[in-house]
Design a binder for this molecule. Sequence first.
Ligand SMILES: O=C(O)CC1=CCC(=O)O1
Length: 260
Amino acid sequence: MEALTTNWGVMNLERSQGTGPALVFVNSLGTDLRMWDDVISRLPHDWATLRMDKRGHGLSSTAPEGYTIPDLANDVIAAMDHAGIERAIIVGCSIGGLIAQHIALIAPARVVSLVLSNTSSVLGTAEAWQDRIDAIRANGMADMADKILPRWFGPDFLARPEATLWRTMLAHCDVDGYTATCDAIAGTDITERMQDITQPALVIGGAYDLATPPNVVRALAEILPASDLIIFETTGHLPAVEAPEAFTAALTGFVERTQS
Ligand SMILES: O=C(O)CC1=CCC(=O)O1
């Protein structure tokens, strides 16, 4: 764990050094950097990794509301600067994938390639996000966590005791941090700019994903100029948690194929 002081508060980072490829991991809404634990522990030991808790998530400070996805992309770039990582493979899940796409647009020289897990160029509708924000303000995160868990996980993982741990992570999320992040997602649609992302991309989906279903993920792969697509048959929205072996195999295969 490492603390990076920013103009909005302190960002929690974790990194490992290595002489191999550098990978930067960006997590989803309501999760913290632990979502990548079971992937990072399976990577070749000489690969360098960096991950962080977004504003209002995990051990990072909660920033005043009103920030955007480009602000969150600049937070990742600041973390890369701090870690001395000039170029990296950016691996993002859901909002993390949206942030990764923004990094490719605003700082293309920093991006070797993209791994876009369970994401799109636009996530949900502004109305649905406002409904979620209103519901959380009225009933709290624990109530929302019960509704979100079946969106996160396929039936196999939902039946396992570990699913409860992920519900707890979500239920403990800071309300202001979580809702400000929902608001940032609600204001974002970069579909028109996707042709400008020319780096190789691996797009990953899950057959049981209710948040970004396979048709949404497939459409993202089709719109990106250079992409491969994998749909996992047993997972939902968080395959890095549900099926870390398969996720890591797909990730390492892609990195080895596209490394330049
Ligand atoms: O919480 C959900 O419904 C799933 C999700 C949407 C954006 C994100 O990062 O996770």
